[in-house]
Ligand binder design. Structure first.
Ligand code: 6PG
Length: 224
């Protein structure tokens, strides 16, 4: 596993923003349009703040989420709300965005339209993932009823899932999409997640440690 350790979170976010800008620019040199999948949750906000201030051809970048809680964007739980507020602003305001949630539809109904738009964007040009201390990533959770089918090689690109202890249904990019990304980064903080990512590397079993799907190809960025 390629793990980069930083002296503090601010330095990690600044350095990772630089790295992502370079990955996006490299992809933009050889593609008219590029896809950029980002995590939700509480970690990436400062990364988005820094990235949104970077000058690049954002109008040729489609931003999407690795996963979404099936809630309206008015909800504090919405990952799309986080991305619109913290990433799709400043220079990055001109980026395209592919939200997953559709008001009034159940996850399975809403995903048909998303899947049709997502497929031509694959493989993902740049992927950033978070991780939970339970070794979940995106919404691929240990113990989820749909986990085995979501990490299978024949999984559809995006799936509706439920997860133990999660208050709402979720939708998630699936194993083949995550492991097929051209450039993959994981951003985690704290001792518990450091121990968890090292455990995931040794387990090397996506059914127990979903993050292990991508650890052979990803760069893991960690600060205390
Ligand atoms: O919708 C989500 O919650 C995320 O996409 C999820 O996969 C997240 O990256 C991890 O749960 C870590 O979340 P924190 O950054 O809040 O610890």
């Amino acid at each position: 596993m390629n793990l980069v350790e930083y002296p503090d979170r601010d330095m990690m976010m600044m350095d990772l923003a630089d790295t992502l800008a370079s990955d996006l620019n490299n992809a933009l040199m050889s593609n008219d349009k590029v896809s950029f999948a980002v995590p939700g949750g509480t970690t990436p906000g400062p990364l988005f703040d820094t990235l949104s201030a970077v000058r690049l051809d954002w109008d040729r970048v489609t931003v999407l989420l690795g996963d979404e809680r099936w809630v309206p964007e008015t909800s504090e739980r919405s990952n799309a709300r986080l991305v619109r507020a913290r990433l799709l602003t400043g220079h990055a305001a001109t980026a395209q965005f592919l939200p997953f949630y559709t008001d009034g539809l159940e996850p399975d109904e809403g995903l048909q339209a998303v899947s049709a738009k997502l497929t031509p964007m694959l493989p993902l040009s740049v992927l950033v993932l978070g991780m939970g201390a339970d070794m979940h990533t995106a919404s691929l959770f240990p113990g989820s009823e749909q986990l085995a089918s979501a990490v299978a090689s024949d999984a559809p690109p995006v799936m509706a899932v439920t997860a133990p202890g999660q208050p709402e249904p979720r939708v998630t990019l699936t194993g083949p999409v995550l492991s097929g990304a051209m450039s993959t980064h994981v951003v985690i903080t704290g001792a518990a997640k450091r121990a968890a990512v090292e455990r995931a590397e040794s387990l090397d079993d996506p059914l127990v440690a979903p993050i292990s799907l991508i650890l052979k190809t990803a760069t893991v960025h960690w600060a205390e």
